[in-house]
Design a protein around this ligand. Structure first.
Ligand SMILES: [Zn+2]
Ligand SMILES: [Zn+2]
Length: 180
């Protein structure tokens, strides 16, 4: 009787270990891809994963590529901020900061006043158009949180994990400001 009990306990422990391992394997399978949920492009109906970045918690500023909508996050603590740049955090970068950002890999430029874009059709997202999906996906909505409905507030959005951090140009690469 006692032996049978011991056998059952050992079996249960073994099952627990296997289950834990399986869970661990699954979470690393996602490759660390971060997502707060999916939202829909109102132009082409494509679905995409996104996550929100609170630039207050992060002490960062942000910009979007004016061509593909990739997000640039610029930490106020980065050690490579050019000396001439006055970076104000918790908001999009100001127009004086734009020229100091290295261009996007797509050839576009990061700008504080640009919008994130659909990864499929490249149309800019209207911030208010995503309200119902963002609020549905955010746990805080139940306790009164509301989406900021603009691309100039505390939150930045990252679409399909497409982001770059602290992409400052080095002094030798300073690019003259683009024509207005
Ligand atoms: Zn781009
Ligand atoms: Zn689209």
């Amino acid at each position: 009787m006692t032996l049978a009990l011991v056998a059952v306990v050992v079996l249960l422990i073994a099952i627990a270990i296997v289950a834990l391992r399986a869970r661990k394997a699954r979470s690393s399978d996602s490759g660390g891809k971060r997502s707060d949920g999916t939202a829909t492009c109102e132009h082409c109906r494509a679905q995409f994963d996104y996550f929100l970045v609170h630039n207050g918690f992060n002490d960062s500023a942000y910009a979007y590529c004016d061509t593909c909508g990739m997000t640039a996050l610029l930490s106020g603590w980065a050690t490579n901020i050019p000396a001439q740049v006055e970076l104000r955090v918790h908001q999009p970068v100001t127009a004086e900061v734009d020229p100091w950002l290295r261009p996007c890999s797509c050839g576009g430029r990061f700008r504080g006043h640009a919008s994130p874009r659909c990864p499929e059709c490249h149309e800019p997202f209207p911030a208010a158009g995503l309200t119902s999906e963002i609020e549905r996906n955010a746990p805080g909505t139940k306790v009164g949180w509301r989406w900021q409905q603009s691309w100039s507030g505390l939150y930045a959005i990252v679409i399909e994990n497409r982001m770059i951090e602290d992409n400052w140009s080095s002094p030798s690469q300073n690019i003259p400001p683009p024509p207005p």
